[in-house]
Design a protein around this ligand. Structure first.
Ligand SMILES: NC(=O)c1ccc[n+]([C@@H]2O[C@H](COP(=O)([O-])OP(=O)(O)OC[C@H]3O[C@@H](n4cnc5c(N)ncnc54)[C@H](O)[C@@H]3O)[C@@H](O)[C@H]2O)c1
Length: 670
């Protein structure tokens, strides 16, 4: 008779020695959509052959048929049968079977990314973004966890797009894991290449923090959106004026966009967020992410006028089309201070953006049955949308693109969004105007940590430590970054009450190089003294140095180098030999396959002197690599930040740019 294995035994076993029972396709899970059927018959054979590499010959006949069926039904082979029986979630670091703590920390982070409370399509090993994968299939998960359980602290596990190639001898200071996701020969990086090579089982889309085991649920996006909204208000308000009673008008209450009303509340304004899908709006309302629901445009106008008059801080979801809101606010003279949009215009023709004047249901029918008509309606709506925004901006509204391709698609549709030079857009993107110059160029970015004990009290203690470190640093911060420091202190002081933890005991905090290093050192001291358990450090890839992405993270690089990816590559290589516990580098992430290269790291603080040495060396480089590049691109704020860092760190010597007078260039005959 079979006895159930313990969690630790199951991990140590890896691929089981006895073929597990086939698992029925679970009907209650949120499954990934069926992927494009793109392989030829020969290629399908190759995909099955590739999948069978993980298993003994005796199982091949049975598994070949099952995998072929998965490929047919879903476009991918996930190997559901091999999904472990234990509940997937981040356990305490002490619960993992491991020979070194660093490996146990990585296991904890992997499991967090696959926790059904955290992951979008957990059965398909997808953490977020529809396709952000941790592994391609369950065999890869089982093997990787087994390797981690066996790993000693002079070995490194190399993972190729989810596939654990193996443990290689290295050294105690080397990373324990090196991850690459979706790295392609550049000419094979078109969207259909991803579909094909992913279906063959030889590459995957790691998004940013999915494939690097560093996702921490929605709090990351709430913090980034809060910083963006607060700083956008600062661009339009007079000194001493607050956002209370001022309107931030936007759209979308979906995955990431659903953070907007919560961020608006934290930033103290009136948020009006249109959402065509009533069930998405209701879900956000039930979760407490938006305060009020209104489905009638006249009621909305009356409600916002009252909120303006009373200087309220409130978030309102309007169930309907965003274009109606822009038009009717203009007609009824409702002044909008900030405007943006987070409909999914990176995906305009299959439901990312809904046309005005037809119902949600009718739109969905058109997508399926009359896609050409749907496309025309979307384009006509985009033209109206742009016209309505233009009327508001003529009155003084500040509009910014939220990295969702609104301006790109509006321009393609013929909307009036181009600048006079015919090359640029009329309006900036959030990175060009806000996150780039106000945060990234100074080194502020989404630093994060996870308390590996799994104890909420440890998280409270780390919040308090981080707040006190920042307050101390702020006393000597230059004028240029005082505001950022204060915002981050406010964020960390309010973090617990904002109830943002989902999954592991994690916290995000925008901090610069000095802040990250001093906070990390204080954590390591607290681990050493036994005040808290070990801490895992990391960051979103959407940061100062981690990501080369010409239309997002590096959109405020103007020396022509924004189409290069040297910074992200240097970042991950540089972090790897300065003490990262694991590093990862990905093609794709946020804006799409072939459009971005992004990397990140994880680092375990175990309280040791070695941890202290590593954190100082690696965090200094991890941030300043990007500041150096931004400064070389002539960004003023980065130039200020890198000079300050060189004064603090004598061994840092960065090449500085000389600025040329415009007249010299203008008088050239070219
Ligand atoms: N939040 C961020 O920090 C951030 C950063 C970069 C890019 N983005 C971009 O923002 C977009 C949204 O991301 P998401 O995860 O929320 O996507 P999502 O698809 O989950 O949500 C978008 C929502 O917009 C709604 N919508 C579509 N058309 C509408 C219309 N005309 N009027 C009103 N509502 C409409 C949809 O019903 C949907 O619920 C994506 O393109 C993403 O890449 C967000």
């Amino acid at each position: 008779m079979e006895t159930a294995m313990t969690f630790q035994e199951e991990i140590k076993q890896g691929i089981p020695t006895v073929l597990p029972e086939a698992k029925p396709y679970s009907s209650d899970a949120n499954h990934a959509p069926k992927r494009k059927d793109i392989l030829s018959v020969e290629e399908k054979q190759l995909a099955v052959r590739n999948a069978l590499r993980y298993f003994p010959k005796e199982w091949h006949q049975e598994l070949a048929e099952e995998f072929a069926q998965e490929l047919k039904d879903l476009g991918r082979i996930y190997m559901y049968r091999f999904k472990p029986s234990y509940h997937m979630k981040a356990r305490s670091i002490a619960d993992y079977p491991a020979k070194c703590q660093q490996a146990a920390a990585i296991m904890l982070m992997v499991d967090n990314n696959l926790d059904p409370a955290v992951a979008q399509h957990p059965e398909e090993l997808i953490t977020y973004g529809g396709n952000g994968a941790v592994f391609q299939n369950w065999a890869q998960y089982l093997l990787a966890m087994k390797y981690l359980s066996e790993m000693e602290n002079d070995q490194t596990l190399h993972i190729y797009s989810g596939h654990p190639m193996g443990l290689f001898p290295s050294s105690a200071d080397a990373p324990r894991v090196v991850v690459t996701n979706g790295m392609m020969i550049p000419n094979y990086s078109k969207p259909d290449d991803l579909e094909k090579f992913n279906a063959l089982g030889v590459t995957q889309y790691g998004q940013m923090t999915a494939g690097s085991f560093m996702y921490i649920g929605p709090q990351g996006i709430v913090h980034g959106t809060t910083i963006t909204v607060m700083n956008a208000f600062r661009k339009v308000l007079n000194k001493g004026e607050g956002p209370q009673g001022k309107i931030f008008l936007t759209a979308g209450l979906g995955g990431m966009s659903g953070a907007q009303p919560k961020a608006g509340n934290i930033a103290n304004c009136i948020t009006v967020c249109a959402e065509v899908n009533a069930s998405a709006a209701t879900k956000r309302h039930q979760q407490g992410w938006v305060d009020e629901l209104i489905d009638n445009i006249d009621d909305l106008v009356a409600r916002v006028k009252a909120a303006q008059a009373n200087e309220e801080v409130v978030s309102i979801a309007y169930i309907g089309n965003i274009v109606d809101v822009w038009e009717s606010f203009y007609e009824h003279e409702v002044y909008v201070h900030l405007g943006s949009d987070q409909t999914s215009l990176h995906n305009p023709w299959s439901g990312g953006y809904y046309p005005v004047d037809i119902s949600f249901e009718e739109s969905n029918r058109l997508i399926r049955e009359e896609p050409e008509v749907f496309k025309e309606k979307v384009q006509a709506t985009l033209i109206r949308h742009a016209n309505a925004i233009n009327k508001h901006t003529a009155l003084g509204t500040y509009f910014f693109d939220y990295g969702n391709a609104f301006l790109l698609e509006a321009s393609r549709a013929g909307g009036d969004v181009m600048a006079e030079n015919g090359i640029d857009f009329k309006y900036p993107s959030y990175v060009q105007d806000i996150l780039g110059p106000m945060c990234f160029d100074y080194g502020f970015g989404p630093f994060r940590w996870v308390c590996a004990s799994g104890k909420p009290e440890d998280l409270d203690k780390t919040d308090a430590i981080a707040a006190s470190v920042l307050k101390k640093i702020m006393q000597e911060s230059p004028e240029e970054i005082q505001q950022q420091m204060q915002d981050n202190i406010t964020w960390i002081e309010d973090a617990k009450q904002n109830k943002l933890v989902v999954g592991s005991q994690a916290r995000i905090l925008y901090a610069d190089a000095q802040g990250r290093m001093e906070i990390a050192k204080a954590f390591n001291d607290a681990v050493n003294s036994g005040e808290i358990g070990p801490v895992v450090l990391g960051r979103d890839h959407h940061d100062v140095s981690g990501t080369d992405s010409p239309y997002r993270e590096t959109s405020n690089i103007y020396d022509g180098s924004r189409f290069t990816a040297d910074m992200a590559i240097h970042n991950v290589i540089g972090d790897s030999f300065r003490g990262a516990t694991w590093v990862s580098i990905h093609n794709g992430g946020g804006v799409g396959w072939g459009e971005v290269v992004n990397g990140g790291f994880g680092m375990l603080l175990d309280g040791s002197a070695a941890s202290e040495r590593r954190l100082k060396s690696m965090l200094l480089f991890d941030v300043n690599n990007g500041i150096a590049r931004r400064s070389w691109a002539r960004n003023e704020e980065a130039n200020f930040a890198i000079k300050r860092e060189m004064a603090r760190t004598p061994k840092l010597k960065v090449t500085l740019a000389n600025l040329v007078e415009d007249d010299i260039l203008n008088n050239l005959s070219l």
